[in-house]
Design a protein around this ligand. Structure first.
Ligand code: ASP
Ligand code: MG
Length: 428
């Protein structure tokens, strides 16, 4: 008997029909002779709607109450799913994150898992029940406060439960058939990957691919949980994310020569670019700027500093950051303008980031040249560049991003003959 953790995203349970369809799938898995633990997200766009509601009530919601609010979305779907399974003659029980033993730290809205003790889940599946767990939430240890783990956190709940229960597989059900060489919503000729290494998946998730939450990939890698990303609308095999690099048939040495150099192209529209203009070109100024940003709790991504002209002895420093942190960053820097001594701030939200990811890039010189050649042929101007061992990222104008993604995708021979299937949803 296998123990399978199945996670269903919001687009798979967006209405009553979706809940019934998913219930049938769960019951089929259980009747196939498996123990099943299910993690479910809030229905459709519920989390966004709850955020909008809070916005209409207050400008600054207390973090504790925000988590009380947001955690309710997943509770709606878990209870409805258990009811639908009951109707099909299955036996299911739903559990909140805290009942399922997900213990987190106390940072509301972005809580990190510190312990998983799924006693009640174990008991439930041992007596043959299906356990349904509300995603993306937990409870603090000392104060028993409800926390949520940040957007997309249900993926992490699923992986954490799979690790704690020593599940055979963690299946992530979504509205596309797996992990593609690019977002099929942008590149309709994107190809489904059969397998991707967790190293590549980490870079793709960090580069804006929304199919899996970054933290869930990190967690799966650390605990060796095999992930199978697949569609809840079809029965096709999806994409396996392999946690152990030694298992990775694609990047093992001596493997077939045709193994792909790149895994895919990821893009991200959620960042903005902030430029601090006229920074005195003397030691310590970059440190001052980035200390201010860090103290505001803002994660920055790419950084560039321009060469200063001799006459001015001043330089410009640009960096990218989440658009949602833009105001905070500008206010914090403006407050420090007299002490840092820069001239002005320029802020641009109309940017997009494109990343080419592939473990095979390590051993293939030529990749960088082909990448920039594709962008220039497509007439895309490049603003900022950054690289890692297995990734090249560039910032372009937002309007050029889709063109750029398609051009790079084609230049690396990733286009497939077939059109990728997308079953509604927003890709979240
Ligand atoms: N409902 C939450 C969100 O929309 C968590 C999740 O779906 O993973 O971010
Ligand atoms: Mg998700």
């Amino acid at each position: 008997m296998a123990l399978i953790v199945q996670k269903f995203g919001g687009s798979s349970v967006s209405d009553a029909e979706g809940i019934k369809r998913v219930a049938q799938r769960i019951v089929d898995t259980e009747r196939g002779g498996n123990q099943v633990v299910v993690v479910v997200s809030a229905m459709g766009d519920t989390t966004d709607e709850l955020l909008d509601l809070a916005d209409q009530v207050t400008e600054q919601a207390p973090a504790r109450e925000m988590d009380m609010l947001l955690s309710s979305g997943e509770r709606i779907s878990m209870a409805l799913l258990a009811m639908a399974i009951d109707t099909l003659g299955g036996r299911a029980q739903s559990f909140t994150g805290s009942q399922a033993g997900l213990i987190t730290d106390a940072s509301h809205g972005r809580a990190k898992i510190v312990d998983v003790s799924p006693h009640r889940i174990k008991t439930a599946i041992e007596r043959g029940d299906i356990a349904i767990v509300a995603g993306f939430q937990g409870q603090t240890r000392e104060t028993n406060e409800i926390t949520t783990m940040g957007r997309g956190g249900s993926d992490t709940t699923a992986v954490a439960l799979a690790a704690a229960l020593d599940a055979d597989v963690c299946e992530i059900y979504t509205d596309v058939s797996g992990i593609y060489t690019a977002d099929p919503r942008v590149v309709s000729s994107a190809k489904k990957l059969e397998v991707v290494s967790s190293e590549e998946m980490l870079e793709m998730a960090a580069s804006g691919a929304k199919i899996l939450a970054l933290r869930s990939v990190e967690y799966a890698r650390r605990f060796g949980v095999p992930l199978h990303v697949r569609s809840s609308f079809t029965h096709d095999t999806g994409t396996w994310v392999q946690p152990d690099p030694n298992d990775n048939i694609r990047i093992q040495q001596g493997e077939p020569l045709e193994q792909p150099i790149v895994a895919g192209v990821a893009h991200d529209r959620s960042e903005a670019k902030l430029t601090v203009i006229g920074v005195p070109d003397i030691p310590g100024k970059a440190a001052e700027i980035f200390t201010i940003i860090a103290e505001s709790g803002i994660n920055i991504d790419m950084i560039v500093q321009n060469i200063s002209t001799h006459a001015s002895a001043r330089t410009d420093i640009s960096f990218t950051l989440p658009t949602t942190d833009g105001d905070k960053a500008i206010k914090a820097l403006e407050a420090a303008q007299p002490s840092v001594g820069f001239e002005e701030i320029e802020y641009d939200e109309k940017i997009g980031k494109l990343s080419l990811v592939g473990a095979g890039m390590r051993s293939n010189p030529g990749v960088t040249a082909r990448f920039f050649d594709a962008l220039s042929t497509a007439g895309v101007n490049i603003d900022v560049i950054s690289t890692s061992e297995i990734r090249i990222s560039v910032v372009t104008h937002a309007d050029k991003l889709d063109t750029a993604v398609r051009a790079v995708h084609a230049a690396f021979g990733l286009d497939s003959e077939e059109t990728a299937e997308v079953h509604g949803g927003t890709g979240r």
